[in-house]
Design a protein around this ligand. Structure first.
Ligand code: ADP
Ligand code: MG
Ligand code: ZN
Length: 615
């Protein structure tokens, strides 16, 4: 339907609605039915002393009757049924005797002073304002309809709610992002381009239209994009892929269109699409596409928009994802997101820097050693490190301190890694002993093997995560490679808890469940991914689907091979277990003495442990 043709039709309908409301519906709704009578009827009523009260206004007289009996012309009006009329009105006629007539009849009467509203104003209020409101509503409606036609998009209310950020609003700059030097360098170029596009144009260079920030969750991708906006000092349109998911059918594409329209008007500017994987997933070839049509439309619109605008204009598109593997290839083609900026997990220096950045926000004591905390948090993301600082501050408050100290940070590392201490949980003496031997078993075997990380702390205070005890090992230096020997030693250490229980108490408990899982995982990876099996050699049976999610793998091998792999995993873990057992057997005395000490102290440090071991 063409909205333009219907324009006058709508206006007429609107006026008709207002008219009906004003004259019929509203009066009938609001109780008092006013009936107009002739002046002589009024005089007759006075003469018959039927009148109770009279209000004399500027040019009307309004009156009520004493008894509610039915007056004159009994014809029912449209809405006023006969017996509901209880107020009467008539026009004013020059009548000098009126006052005395009224007085004689015994009616109460008064002249009512009307508020000073000019006739023009009252006209505006009673007609102008409603018409204006209707007009605005109609404008709004027709715009929505025009945007999508009457087809599936009639409901596409609301413009893109992409937020516009300018510098003052994100308030983030590169100084808020610690580490990530390579990513910052790549983004600096973009900032520079937005500042002086002429410099690039003079040489004939064009910047990529889009840059994709890829990296594991919590590494600061969103933060980096906000920092770019802050540094470039240009409008920053940001929208998150997940917002598209919540929308009505047909809105995704409209939103993308609108976003780019706004961006084109405001160029130079930055468009940031966070979590782009939610809309940019591969368009499945085999599957029935029924449920995904919506997403596909959105993605297609995005591709069209990216092709449609001129990079020289100064619109830069940034996007972030932690699932680059799942993105549709079309998005990564030249002319779209052809530049990838990796945002990796921080190394030890990066972690220290991130801790320092976030420590500025809290009151921290001078002696704190961030390097030690960075050492203990290998593999932690920026978001986790930020969380560690915050937890430490909360812990300090709980302890009634006004400064965050090393102990708070140490505790908070454990909270992030293993959950809160479970203070209320009561562990029986017998269980406490089992847990202590189990943990010391891990620690002893770790310490007595070459190539394994030093013990940092042992505790048998339960954690909310479910861990009953906890042995923390911290590498002295950052490790990126694991030798076959180290991998095997790790499995040995994992099995040592159970081995200590078995040796000491002659029975086993469920407490080793997590150890068993970890040991199995390593053994399996050694065979299927690291090429550390003498039986199979350098063959990959398992591939990592997503480099940022180490659990997301798929197995590709025949059933026979799968059975052989299982067999080798079982053998490897069994071999590790017997190694752990023999190490502990040779050191039964140490196991006993350290376990007893741990039972009395509940938590012992790495140094205490080493001095007991070397006694
Ligand atoms: P992502 O988008 O990669 O999942 P975010 O940018 O949302 O991660 O990061 C979450 C939070 O973690 C940030 O708000 C910030 O407090 C902290 N953070 C992450 N990386 C860094 C970093 N390199 N420097 C400082 N803070 C960081
Ligand atoms: Mg993010
Ligand atoms: Zn264990």
């Amino acid at each position: 339907m063409n909205i333009k043709k219907g324009k006058y039709f709508y206006i007429i309908i609107t006026i008709a609605i207002i008219f009906v409301l004003n004259y019929f519906v509203i009066p009938s709704l609001f109780g008092d039915k006013i009936e107009e009578v002739t002046y002589d009827q009024f005089l007759t009523d006075i003469a018959n002393k039927k009148i109770k009260e009279v209000q004399i206004e500027t040019d009307t007289i309004i009156y009520t009757l004493k008894d509610h009996s039915i007056p004159k012309n009994e014809k029912p009006l449209l809405f006023n049924s006969v017996d509901t009329a209880n107020i009467y009105k008539t026009g004013i006629i020059y009548d000098p005797d009126l006052v005395s007539k009224l007085y004689e009849s015994g009616a109460k009467f008064a002249k009512v002073q009307e508020e000073e509203i000019s006739p023009l104003l009252s006209l505006i209020f009673s007609y102008g304002v409603p018409i204006l409101i209707m007009f605005i509503f109609w404008k709004f409606l027709s715009k929505q309809i025009a945007k999508g036609g009457f087809g599936g998009n009639a409901m596409s209310f609301g413009k893109s709610n992409a937020k516009v950020y300018v510098k003052a609003q994100t308030g983030k700059t590169f100084s808020d992002v610690a580490g990530q030097d390579e990513a910052k360098e790549a983004l600096t170029e973009i900032v520079d381009f937005l500042h002086n596009p002429k410099k690039y144009a003079a040489i004939g260079a064009t910047l990529p239209k889009g840059a994709l920030l890829v990296g594991p969750p919590g590494t600061g991708k969103t933060l980096l994009a906000q920092a770019v906006a802050g540094e470039a000092n240009v409008p920053f349109f940001s929208i998150s892929g997940s917002e598209f998911v919540e929308m009505f059918v047909g809105m995704g594409a409209a939103k993308v269109r609108d976003l780019f329209k706004q961006a084109n008007e405001k160029a130079p500017c930055i468009v940031f699409i966070d979590e782009i994987d939610t809309i940019g997933k591969k368009r499945d070839s085999g599957q029935i596409s029924g449920g995904n049509d919506e997403r596909e439309q959105t993605l297609n619109q995005l591709l069209t928009e990216m092709d449609g605008f001129d990079a020289k204009k100064g619109v830069v598109i940034l996007a972030a994802t932690n699932r680059p593997d799942s993105l549709d290839k079309a998005l990564l083609r030249p002319g779209r997101f052809d530049r990838r900026i990796p945002v990796e997990l921080p190394d030890v220096r990066g972690r220290e820097a991130i801790l320092q950045v976030h420590a500025k926000k809290v009151n921290i004591s001078d002696g704190v050693d961030f390097r030690a905390i960075a050492n203990a948090t290998s593999g932690a993301s920026g978001a986790e490190l930020a969380n560690i600082i915050n937890e430490a501050a909360l812990h300090a408050v709980r302890c009634g301190r006004i400064e965050v100290e090393q102990a708070d940070l140490e505790e908070s590392v454990e909270v992030i890694l293993a959950g809160y201490q479970r203070k209320g949980m009561v562990v029986s003496q017998k269980e406490k002993e089992i847990i202590a031997y189990h943990e010391v078993g891990h620690a002893l075997v770790a310490a007595l093997q070459k190539n394994s990380a030093p013990v940092h702390k042992i505790t048998i205070i339960p954690r909310t995560s479910g861990a009953l005890g906890y042995t923390m090992q911290v590498e002295e230096t950052e490790k990126v490679l694991m030798s076959k020997q180290e991998a095997f030693n790790k499995i040995v250490t994992f099995t040592a808890g159970r081995a200590a229980e078995q040796l000491m108490f002659g029975s086993v408990t469920s407490g080793a469940a997590n150890d068993i899982e970890q040991a199995t995982k390593i053994a399996r990876a050694m065979i299927t991914r690291y090429g550390m099996s003498s039986q199979f050699g350098m063959v990959a049976f398992e591939t990592l689907n997503n480099p940022y999610l180490s659990d997301d793998t798929s197995l590709m091998c025949s059933n026979e091979t799968a059975a052989m792999i299982d067999k080798e995993v079982i053998d490897t873990v069994a071999k590790a277990y017997s190694k752990a057992e023999s190490i502990l057997k040779e050191n039964m005395q140490k196991l006993n003495s350290i376990a007893q000490y741990l039972i009395s102290k509940e938590t012992i440090s790495g140094e205490e442990f080493m001095s007991l071991l070397n006694m």
